[in-house]
Design a protein. Sequence first.
Length: 263
Amino acid sequence: MRSHEDAAAEPAGKRQPEGMAGLAKGLAIVEAFTAERTQLTVTDAARATGITPAAARRCLLTLRDLGYLQQDGGLFRPTPRMMRLGAAYLETASIPALAQPFVLAARDELNESVSVAVYDDGSALIVARAEVQRIVNTGVRIGARLPAYSSASGRVLLTGVPEAELAAYLESCAPVRTTPNTLVTVPEIRGRIDLARDEGVAFTNEELDYGIRSMAVPVTDSSGRVRAALTASTFTARASIDEMRRNFLPVLRRQAAGLGRML
C-alpha cells in the first residue's frame, strides 16, 4: 500500500493512473479476435495489441484457464464463454429498454403479467416486466432468476444454447422438486426443451409454483438467434393450457416478433 508520503512526493498534476494494466492487456487480447482472425498465436497477439510476447502469453494462458479460450498447441481460440463479455451489454442494457413497450402491450391485451428474460448461467434472468394489478400477484420481479430447467422462459432460452453447452448444463444441473409437477430427470427436461424448439413455445403447469401456469415464446434477432424469451403467467383458475394456446400464443408471438425486429 502506498503511504501518504509517497502520494505527497508525486509532482502536481502527475497522479498515477488507478487502472489495472493487466486487465487492459487482457481486454486488448480479447478485442484482437475478429471474424477474420479467429485464432491467435502468442506472436499474433503481441503484434495485434502492441504488448510484449511475454505479456501476451500470460494473458492468453489466463484467459484459457478462465475458460474464455481453448488452446490447441500454439493456437488460441475463443470458447462460447467469450459471449458473456458482450452479453452484459447486449442482453442487459439494450433489451430491457427495447422490450418494455412490447411487454406493456402484451400485458394490456392479455390482462396478465408479462415478462422478458435472457439466459444467464443456467437461469432465466428477468430484465423487463409488466405486472397486472391484482390483489395477489405471481411474485416475479425484474432481476429475479428462474431455473432454466423448470421455467417456460428458461426452456425457450435453452433452445438457443449451443448443443455442447446445453449438454453440459443438463449434466451438471441439480433439479429441485418445488411442486409435484416439477420435472427432475434429464430425459424429461430435455424432452421439453426439444418440444419447445419444435413448436416455438413452452408451457409450465404448476411446475415452479402451485396455481401458476406460464407460456413463453422466443425472441429472435435478424440472424435467427434466440436473444430472449417473452412470457405470460396466469393463475390456473383463469386459463387452461388449451385456452392459453388459443388466446395467449398469437399475442405473445406478435409482440416477440416486434421486439425481435428491434434487435
